[in-house]
Design a protein around this ligand. Structure first.
Ligand code: NAD
Length: 494
C-alpha cells in the first residue's frame, strides 16, 4: 500500500483567536497559517500589536498583585491538574491540529499531547511543596528563607515541539505563583491557543494569570522582552535569537532562562549492542524530521565497525516512508515550512561539495511529497570537521558520519562544537560509559538510549545551548527568587 491511498479528513479553517478566547490579545493584521503537507490554510490568525502586548503584560501584572494566586499553592495545583486532564481528554483533536499546523507525524503529535499533560501534572504536584528552610543564627537571631515567584514571566516558544516546550516553562512558572504572557512561534499559533483554551476553561483560574499574544518574534516578541513589567523571560529557540533576547533583557537586568540550539554527537563504540544502537541512531536524527534541538546530527562510529554500521543505517534510511503525517504509516514527515526546506537544501549542497553524499537523491515527486515541504533523508560522510554542515544546526533530516579510532579521539570530535545540549553513547562497558559520559559537556548524556525525557529530570545546555535548567526541581526554582526573612531580638544593633 502506498501513502497516496490515504484519504485526509476534511478541515474547517479555524479563526484564531476565535470566540471564547478572551485570554488572547490580538487586534492587529491577519495572517494565514498553512499546513506544510498540503499548503491548505489551517487557520486565519490575527497578530498582536505592541499596544496589545502592553495590555497583556498589564493584565498579568494586575493578576500577580491582586490574585490569591501567588499565595495559595492548593488553587494552583487544582488548576494545573484540571488543565492536564483536559489536555488528556482532548488528545486526539489537539493532535490532529498539531499535525496539520506543524507537520509532524500523528503518532508523535499524540505523544506530545500526553507528554505535555504529564509535565503539567508533575508541576501541579510540586505547586504545594515550594519549601524554604529555617536557620538558627545565634541565641537571639534566626532566619527563614522562602521562595517567592518573580512576577510576570514571558514564555516565548519555538514551533518544533510547541506544546511540550510551552508546558515545561509555563507549568513551573504557574506552579511557583507567577503570572505569564505566552508568545508562540508564528508557525504554531493555533495549537498553542487551542491548548491554552483548556487552561482558561478551568474555573478556578483567576483572570489575567495567563494571557497570549501572537505574531512575529521581531515585533511582538521584542515588545514583550523589552517590557519593563516583565520580570523574567523563559525563551526557547535558536541560539542567535536567545543571545539577542539576553542582550535586550540585560538593559534593565531582567532574568532570562534560555533553551537554545544544539549539534549533538551520538557515539557508537564497537562493543555496543549494534541493533539497539541502529534504532537509536535513526531515532536520534529522524525524530521530528530532524527538527529537534537534541537531534543526534553527528554520528561518530568506531572505525572497526564503521563500514558495517553505516551500511546498515543506509538500508534503514532507504526504508523510511515519506508521506502524509496524518497517515499512521508515515515514518518521515515534511519539514515545517518552505523556508526550512530551503535551509536544509543549502546544507545538503554543502555536504555534496565538501564531503560524500551516501544517500541516493530521492526524487520527491509523489502527489504528497511534491506538494508538501519534504526533504529527503540524507547521510553525509568525509566532511572536514570545520565544515558548516558539521558545525551548524541544520534542523532537518541530515546526518553527518565520522569514524574514530579510540575513546580519546571520539571525545575530541564530539567536543569540537560550540553547542552542548545533548549527546548519546552506546557501549557495553560501564566504566567507559562513565568516563565518556563525564567527558562530554552536555546537559543530557543518553547511555544506550536516545531522546528519552522525563519531567523530573533537568535539561539544558552548556556553552551556546543555553542558560539555566528546565524540568525537574531546578526547573521550578528557575521561576522563584529566594528571600531571607531575618529575625533578631538583641536589644542593640551596635
Ligand atoms: P527562533 O529563535 O526563530 O524563534 C523562537 C521564538 O522566538 C519564536 O516564538 C519567535 O517568534 C521568537 N522570536 C524571534 N525573534 C525574537 C526577538 N527578537 N525577540 C523575542 N522573540 C523572538 O527559533 P525557531 O525557529 O522557532 O525554533 C528552532 C530553534 O529552537 C532551533 O535552534 C532549536 O534548536 C531551538 N530549540 C531549542 C530547544 C531546547 O530545549 N534547547 C528546544 C526546541 C527548539
Amino acid at each position: 500500500m502506498s501513502s497516496e491511498t490515504f484519504e485526509r479528513p476534511a478541515w474547517k479553517v479555524l479563526a484564531v483567536p476565535g470566540p471564547d478566547r478572551a485570554f488572547v490579545v490580538a487586534s492587529g493584521a491577519s495572517f494565514e497559517d498553512r499546513d506544510p503537507t498540503t499548503q491548505e490554510v489551517v487557520a486565519e490568525v490575527r497578530a498582536s500589536t505592541p499596544e496589545d502586548v502592553d495590555l497583556a503584560v498589564e493584565r498579568a501584572d494586575q493578576a500577580f498583585w491582586h490574585a490569591r494566586w501567588r499565595n495559595d499553592g492548593a488553587i494552583r495545583a487544582r488548576v494545573l491538574y484540571g488543565f492536564a486532564q483536559r489536555l488528556r481528554d482532548n488528545r486526539d483533536a489537539l493532535a490532529e491540529l498539531l499535525t496539520r499546523e506543524q507537520g509532524k507525524t500523528i503518532g508523535e503529535a499524540r505523544s506530545e499531547i500526553v507528554g505535555s499533560a504529564e509535565m503539567v501534572e508533575y508541576y501541579a504536584g510540586l505547586a504545594r511543596s515550594i519549601e524554604g528552610r529555617a536557620l538558627a543564627l545565634g541565641d537571639d537571631a534566626h532566619g527563614v528563607v522562602i521562595r517567592e515567584p518573580l512576577g510576570v514571566v514571558a514564555v516565548i516558544t519555538p514551533w518544533n515541539w510547541p506544546l511540550t516546550l510551552l508546558m515545561r516553562s509555563l507549568a513551573p512558572a504557574l506552579a511557583a505563583g507567577n503570572t505569564c504572557v505566552v508568545k508562540p512561534a508564528s508557525l504554531t499559533p493555533a495549537i498553542t491557543v487551542e491548548a491554552l483554551a483548556h487552561l482558561a476553561a478551568v474555573s478556578e483560574l483567576p483572570d489575567g494569570v495567563v494571557t497570549c499574544v501572537l505574531g512575529p518574534g521581531g515585533v511582538v516578541g521584542d515588545a514583550l522582552v523589552g517590557h519593563p513589567k516583565v520580570h523574567m523571560i523563559a525563551f526557547t529557540g535558536e541560539s542567535g535569537t536567545g543571545i539577542n533576547v539576553m542582550r535586550r533583557a540585560a538593559a534593565d537586568l531582567r532574568k532570562v532562562a534560555l533553551e537554545l540550539g544544539g549539534k549533538s554527537p551520538n557515539l557508537v563504540f564497537a562493543d555496543a549492542n549494534l541493533d539497539k544502537a541502529l534504532d537509536g541512531a535513526m531515532n536520534a536524527i529522524f525524530t521530528t524530521t530532524g527538527q529537534i534541538c537534541t537531534a543526534g546530527s553527528r554520528l561518530l562510529v568506531e572505525a572497526s565497525i564503521y563500514d558495517e554500521f553505516v551500511g546498515r543505517l543506509l538500508q534503514r534510511t532507504a526504508a523510511l516512508r515519506l508521506g502524509d503525517p496524518l497517515d499512521p504509516r508515515t515514518t518521515l514527515a515534511p519539514l515545517v515550512s518552505a523556508a526550512q526546506q530551503r535551509v536544509v537544501g543549502e546544507y545538503v549542497e554543502i555536504g555534496r561539495r565538501e564531503g560524500t553524499l551516501l544517500t541516493d537523491d530521492r526524487v520527491l515527486d509523489g502527489p504528497v511529497t511534491s506538494v508538501g515541504c519534504f526533504a529527503a533523508p540524507t547521510i553525509i560522510a568525509d566532511l572536514p570537521l570545520a565544515s558548516r554542515a558539521v558545525q551548524e544546526e541544520i534542523f532537518g533530516p541530515v546526518l553527518t558520519v565520522h569514524p574514530f579510532g579510540d575513546e580519546e579521539e571520539a571525545v575530541a570530535i564530539a567536543e569540537n562544537t560550540e553547542f552542548g545540549l545533548a549527546a548519546g553513547l552506546w557501549t557495553a562497558d560501564l566504566n567507559r560509559a562513565w568516563r565518556v559520559g563525564r567527558a562530554l559537556r552536555s546537559g543530557t548524556v543518553w547511555i544506550n538510549t536516545y531522546h528519552h525525557f522525563y519531567a523530573e529530570a533537568e535539561v539544558g545546555g552548556f556553552r551556546k545551548s543555553g542558560l539555566g535548567r528546565q524540568q525537574g526541581l531546578a526547573g521550578l526554582y528557575e521561576f522563584t527568587e529566594t528571600k531571607h526573612l531575618n529575625f533578631d531580638s538583641k536589644e542593640t544593633l551596635w
